[in-house]
Design a protein around this ligand. Structure first.
Ligand SMILES: Nc1ncnc2c1ncn2[C@@H]1O[C@H](COP(=O)(O)OP(=O)(O)OP(=O)(O)O)[C@@H](O)[C@H]1O
Ligand SMILES: [Mg+2]
Length: 412
């Protein structure tokens, strides 16, 4: 049986499913997946918790299933966060290098990041991530690791992700009520990108699009760092609704039809292919052309990709993403999704299956688990720092505690 101290647990609280992945951390290697549990999620709308009791029950079920499979008990998790309330923006901080011999110390790095973070936020918003992009020492830019370098002036460019305090509080509350501690909160698309993007893609510039049930999460990477994040309140469930209305069939059937016969690009389907559609009210099933189904799906998928495209253009990164687009999340499983993305973005596109872990890789290889696997990778990275007793990790820990104190105020 695994030692508890070695475990990393990712808890992806999605709009359609809650999934818990348990992995065992290994020194000098990728974490090994040893357990997976999923349960349907009914307490979320558009990525945000709207019913605490129902969500707590789903979390418990997913965790129990994963524990059973892994043969271990878990007490703390890395949790993903999403929803229309999430906002990302870039900021910059400047300080004078104070260290001996004018060498950059860890304290200088912390100070410059604090300076970049010092932006006025409304009281109802909280910082979730401060992600350093590059450091600049005396006008020399493009520095990723400034520690020990000499100079007079240190600047940091960072991407700051903020979220609504109440949405984050409700998420933490659900996890705590399910009997678990939150080790850290991670932006869902940051997690998904850990699991699906290659270092080359991040370096060349890439757009990650995670199309889930209720939300589409976007992240833009340029020169190895994250530069833009956004969340759209549209996802695969909208496709299901369109099909239910278009084919006049119950939602549950529409979901089945979508998964079985759906295709995002009508031109990929032969004109004589047919599908059987169950009808409402006990009437006989109907036979329809698959083309007709695609004609319902394609415009909605086009809408999602066009909104992403507009978001990337608006942020000014459309020329900077040479590696193109990686689509992941449950809705990306559908036939024709990368092909349609290529047409809309006019860039290369591929489907992003989660990779980077060992162990039971076949059970987590679907794009549905991209966020869950990414949480494990993120968790393993930060846990390792902690185990080696790096000062920076103690700060991460203190940061989480401080952040939770801020969110919960007097309750803590
Ligand atoms: N084979 C498939 N073909 C088409 N769509 C699919 C398929 N499998 C799953 N989906 C769709 O993927 C969506 C769920 O994806 P995912 O599990 O990534 O979402 P989630 O994480 O629960 O939600 P969110 O990230 O929006 O909060 C649903 O709309 C589902 O219908
Ligand atoms: Mg998701």
């Amino acid at each position: 049986m695994a030692k508890d101290g070695n475990l990393v647990v990712g808890l992806d609280i999605g709009t359609t499913k809650i999934c818990a992945i348990i992995a065992e951390g290994r020194d000098g290697g990728p974490p090994d997946v040893i357990g997976l549990g999923t349960s349907p999620s009914r307490g979320l709308r558009k990525g945000v918790v709207v019913n605490i009791d129902v969500t707590v029950e789903s979390i418990k079920r997913a965790i129990e299933e994963a524990e059973l499979m892994a043969g271990v008990e878990v007490d703390s998790v890395f949790v993903g966060i999403a929803g229309g309330h999430i906002k990302g923006f870039n900021s910059r901080g400047v300080i004078a290098i104070s260290g001996k011999n004018k060498e950059v110390t860890q304290a200088d790095i912390d100070r410059v990041i604090d300076a970049a973070k010092a932006v006025a936020l409304p009281v109802d918003r909280e910082v979730i991530h401060v992600l350093p992009q590059e450091f600049i020492i005396d006008d020399q830019g493009g520095i990723k690791e400034p520690l020990g370098m000499s100079g007079v002036r240190l600047e940091a460019e960072v991407h700051i992700v903020t979220g609504a305090v109440t949405s984050a509080q409700n998420l933490i509350k659900c996890v705590n009520r399910a009997g678990l501690e939150v080790q850290d909160i991670v932006l869902q698309q940051l997690a998904s990108s850990e699991a699906t993007l290659t270092p080359d893609e991040r370096e060349l510039g890439v757009v990650l699009v995670d199309i889930g049930g209720g939300t589409t999460d976007i992240a833009v990477f340029v020169e190895g760092s994250i530069w833009h994040t956004a969340v759209l309140s549209l996802g695969g469930d909208h496709l299901t609704n369109d099909i239910a209305i278009g084919l006049r069939t119950p939602t549950a059937e529409a979901e089945e039809i979508k998964k079985k016969f759906g295709c995002a690009l009508a031109s990929l389907v032969k004109s004589d292919e047919t599908i059987e559609v169950p009808s409402v009210g006990g009437r006989k099933p109907r036979v329809l052309s698959r083309q007709m189904l695609c004609e319902i799906i394609q415009p909605r998928m086009e809408e999602i990709f066009s909104l992403v495209d507009r978001e990337v253009k608006r942020a000014g990164y459309d020329e900077a993403v040479a590696a193109g687009v990686v689509v992941t999340g449950g809705a990306s499983i559908m036939e024709g999704v990368p092909e349609l993305a290529e047409q809309i973005f006019d860039l290369p596109a591929r489907r992003g299956d989660p990779t980077g872990v060992g162990g039971l890789v076949d059970v987590i290889s679907s794009p549905i688990y991209a966020t869950g696997v990414g949480l494990i990778l993120y968790g393993a990275e930060h846990r390792r720092e902690h185990r080696f007793g790096k000062a920076s990790d103690r700060r991460i820990f203190e940061k989480v505690i401080k952040r939770m104190k801020e969110w919960f105020g007097d309750f803590f």
